[in-house]
Design a protein around this ligand. Structure first.
Ligand SMILES: [Fe+2]
Length: 505
């Protein structure tokens, strides 16, 4: 389709001669006029601005009807920090305010009639030409045009320009008008952030709500096994399916993000491009618009596979040691063999029912498996004695929570395992032992351990009595709920047995 509009290049051809023609007469200063002008500056001590010299402006200012308006516009243009200028189609200044001179580092006299190529490097000049040409062809206003300039002193700075067509009073196009702003500091800041982003060791990303990446850095691609950020962004179209080892965790993530707007250091497994699994730690947040609508997620991930593996090895070793300790007690007390493991299973189920954090549950499990370790300091004949114990014998049994604490207190567990063992015979109303602690002074894990211990013991055979059965055990904790036993823990335990079909193994 033929375009009737003249482009800048068309104009340039025309304006090889028109360049001079298009300049208003007062801009084409003869050497004499230039001399007079310099003299004027010396005499008055004031520089003439392009604004005040503008023929248009002078014409307007002289007209009684427009005088006030002209003064107001003059005032505005002289006092804004942004540069305002008008150029003809060849890109020669025809009108400008003082800020243009300040931004470009030239005097008004030097700027008058100056072409944009004189303060722009070749690469930017091409970009600017294309942008102005587009405005010419479409007649549409454009903004956000980044433009590298070279000031008179040689310093390279960045400006941002908005450009529109300039028409005279008859509607005839006569050039362009533009507002410019020095954005060098902002550009330098962006460059600094870009370098941090690109060189970061952690993966940094932005993703859409429907599971695509909008942006990712090199480390993000590398951690997930992709060749480049572009490869990652193009290859992943469904984060939940392609990235998550367990897609349900993606749904949980979305739910938390909707409720809290933030996920901190959550550890999950991701699939790499080649299918291998890795552990990552992720911190992410939602980004909203001014109306509060969620726009996208942004986050940082770290590959913690190595750390996780060594931690797993350490935990396995610790778990093995703890199981070995547990078996020591059970070999001395065959009647209670399996008791600690059953208590641990029940305590774990109650803690899960109460929605305790995974890490805390792990600590509770560890304590439960060895909660009776102190019994190694109780004579075996008392532990295995059939029939009722004397008060003295019972008091000897009772020292096992203190002995257990003494054995464990110097082991540097990541959880207060020794305290849990110490307090597993304490009761909510202070009737327990060894310290007669009450209510919340007793660790929650110890309160869970206490109820699991009672239920398992009552339901099982003991050397001195037959099994009382699970119903009797549940009645015992229900009867004393909130009094001897923690009410929340009792409720969770009763729900497990009565509603969820939990059985002691
Ligand atoms: Fe015990």
């Amino acid at each position: 389709m033929k375009n009737n509009a003249r482009t800048i290049s068309d104009n340039k051809k025309h304006d090889k001669t028109a360049k001079k023609k298009s300049l208003p007469p007062e801009k084409s200063l003869s050497p004499k006029k230039k001399k007079d002008e310099k003299k004027n500056i010396v005499e008055t001590g004031k520089k003439k601005s392009g604004l005040k010299d503008s023929a248009t402006f002078r014409r307007l200012a002289a007209h009684p009807r427009y005088k006030k308006h002209a003064e107001r516009y003059q005032n505005i243009l002289e006092n804004i920090r942004d540069g305002y200028f008008e150029v003809d189609f060849a890109g020669n200044f025809t009108f400008f305010n003082d800020s243009v001179g300040r931004i470009l580092g030239y005097s008004s006299e030097e700027l008058t009639g100056m072409n944009y190529q004189q303060y722009t490097d070749k690469e930017s000049a091409k970009k600017v030409f294309q942008a102005f040409n587009e405005v010419y062809k479409t007649g549409e206003y454009t903004e956000g045009l980044d433009w590298r300039i070279i000031r008179k002193d040689g310093a390279k700075r960045y400006i941002e320009a908005s450009v529109s067509l300039l028409k005279d009073s008859t509607g005839k196009q006569k050039g362009f008008r533009s507002i410019i702003r020095d954005i060098t500091e902002r550009k330098q800041m962006e460059e600094r952030y870009r370098r941090i982003f690109e060189n970061a060791q952690n993966g940094i990303y932005q993703s859409t709500l429907d599971g695509r990446f909008i942006m990712a850095n090199q480390s993000m691609a590398q951690i997930l096994g992709y060749d480049s950020p572009e490869d990652l962004i193009l290859s992943i179209t469904d984060i939940s399916r392609q990235l998550y080892a367990n897609p349900e965790e993606c749904m949980q993530f979305i739910e938390i993000m909707e409720k809290q707007g933030l996920v901190k250091n959550s550890e999950i497994q991701f699939k790499k491009k080649d299918g291998r699994m890795i552990w990552i730690s992720r911190t992410a947040q939602v980004v909203r618009d001014e109306k509060g609508q969620v726009l996208y997620y942004e986050g940082i991930i770290e590959d913690i596979t190595d750390r996780k593996d060594s931690l797993d090895r350490l935990r396995n070793a610790l778990g093995g040691t703890v199981r070995a300790l547990a078996s020591v007690v059970e070999t001395r007390d065959p009647y209670t063999a399996g008791h600690q493991r059953h208590v641990a299973d029940l305590a774990l189920a109650i803690a899960k029912e109460m929605d305790l954090p995974t890490d805390r549950i792990e600590g509770l499990r560890m304590a439960a498996i060895i909660h009776d370790i102190g019994k190694i300091s109780v004579p075996a004949e008392i532990l295995t004695k059939p029939g009722k114990l004397t008060d003295l014998e019972f008091s000897m049994i009772k020292i096992h929570s203190q002995s257990g604490y003494n054995i464990l207190k110097d082991i540097d567990f990541p959880w207060p395992v020794a305290l849990m063992v110490y307090e597993h015979h304490e009761r909510m109303n202070g009737t327990g032992y060894p310290r007669n602690l009450k209510g919340n002074d007793i660790l929650l894990e110890a309160r869970i351990l206490a109820i699991s211990d009672v239920v398992e013991s009552m339901a099982s055979h003991r050397p001195y009595r037959a099994a009382l059965g699970i119903e009797a055990a549940l009645e015992e904790i229900e009867k004393n709920k909130g009094f001897i036993y923690d009410d929340v823990v009792v409720d969770a335990c009763l729900r497990l047995f009565r509603e969820k079909g939990y059985k002691l193994t």
